[in-house]
Design a protein around this ligand. Structure first.
Ligand SMILES: [Fe+2]
Length: 366
């Protein structure tokens, strides 16, 4: 497969005072987020050795006994913090195959106090395993760095789209941002030709996703090079006349670059000018290899309206992205769809105090 022409956004351009360099970054963002739903980022400031140290700490946690991990598995807050066991989450549009991964969720940014009362699950406090100070410190450190990269990209995107520079950034402050670390499980021999996926095709439901790059683990342990060319991230491009279903391409970043992906919220705000990237994680065609990776999800604040901004409203976009909903409502619906929240969570999205009237009427009858 030839390497697709996915744009690289150089942060030295994005942050430059020179108009020509800013223009170069804007063009890369508009083409990358508009056609591929994805860009590669150069000069992002994430140190590869720091990232690997974090993965060391994460693996120390995933290697702990099941009973210990279950102590930080938070079913009651829809797994939005702490450990998610394998086969818990499912993709919405694909065949419903559970994912072969275990995950950890933590929020690296300060949480909005009011939103904590309104959306207790997605705004939950972090939970940490016992004796895991280094894990926590490294986790929050990289999560915060990724968040800052996301904010820079949001400023750059607003500029590239001709919006006020802080248009997106102002709507994410205090949002339910979450950093997730993942360990994809090794495949057994019998699963190799069974079309098992590490992550089925989906689009992310947040605003912007940052992927600093994972590491493969050899069957005998220890980091290793990619075992074959099959495994990794694939993305589906925007449909064109030539490719009406889009094109499935491998999203392999150039050396030293990290990846940023458009989520559903950014697609909606821009009326589809930026595209939420459909993507899939293919497992290796070689048994025994596993992988660790990390993703930071930048979200709109839960009280933000999810609807095309004025500039992107046309009869087509208004009907395509209606009805308008709050980002927190949208998130709740999605967490039910992917199996993390229980279906009863949907009943909280409308009036549900019928029992109060029922109780008063019952007293009258008595
Ligand atoms: Fe994803």
């Amino acid at each position: 497969m030839s390497q697709p022409d996915i744009p690289v956004v150089d942060f030295a351009d994005l942050h430059s005072p020179r108009a020509d360099r800013q223009q170069r970054a804007s063009e890369a963002l508009n083409r990358g987020f508009g056609h591929f739903g994805l860009v590669f980022i150069r000069n992002h400031g994430i140190d590869a050795a720091d990232l690997e140290s974090f993965y060391d700490s994460f693996l120390e946690f995933t290697d702990r006994p099941q009973a210990e991990k279950e102590k930080v598995s938070m079913h009651e807050i829809w797994f939005q913090r702490g450990w998610t066991p394998p086969n818990t989450e499912r993709a919405v549009v694909s065949g419903g195959q559970p994912d072969f991964k275990e995950c950890y969720f933590a929020a690296p940014e300060p949480l909005d106090d009011t939103a904590r009362l309104q959306y207790p699950q997605i705004y939950a406090e972090n939970v940490w395993p016992d004796d895991a100070e280094t894990f926590k410190e490294r986790y929050l450190g990289i999560g915060h760095q990724l968040h800052e990269i996301g904010l820079s990209l949001l400023r750059g995107s607003a500029r590239a789209l001709g919006l006020e520079p802080y248009r997106f950034e102002a709507s994410v402050w205090g949002g339910p941002h979450v950093t997730r670390s993942l360990r994809y499980l090794p495949l057994q021999d019998a699963q190799i030709d069974a079309n098992v996926l590490w992550g089925e095709e989906h689009t992310d439901f947040n605003l912007l996703t940052l992927l600093p790059g994972g590491r493969f683990l050899a069957p005998e342990g220890g980091y290793t090079a990619k075992p074959d060319e099959v495994s990794g991230l694939y993305l589906r491009t925007r449909p064109t006349d030539e490719h009406p279903r889009g094109q499935m391409l491998q999203g392999k970043p150039p050396a030293g670059c990290i990846v940023a992906q458009v989520g559903q919220q950014l697609e909606i705000l821009t009326g589809g000018t930026y595209l939420a990237t459909p993507h899939v994680i293919k497992a290796p065609a070689t048994p025994g290899f596993s992988r660790v990776s990390m993703a930071h999800f930048v979200h709109l604040h839960a009280q933000q309206l999810l609807f095309p901004l004025d500039r992107f409203q046309s009869p087509e976009t208004v009907s395509a992205y209606s009805p308008p909903v709050l980002a927190g409502t949208y998130g709740t619906k999605t967490l039910v769809d992917i199996g993390l929240a229980p279906p009863e969570a949907l009943s909280q999205l409308g009036y549900r105090h019928y029992d109060r009237l029922g109780g008063m009427r019952a007293e009258e009858d008595a």
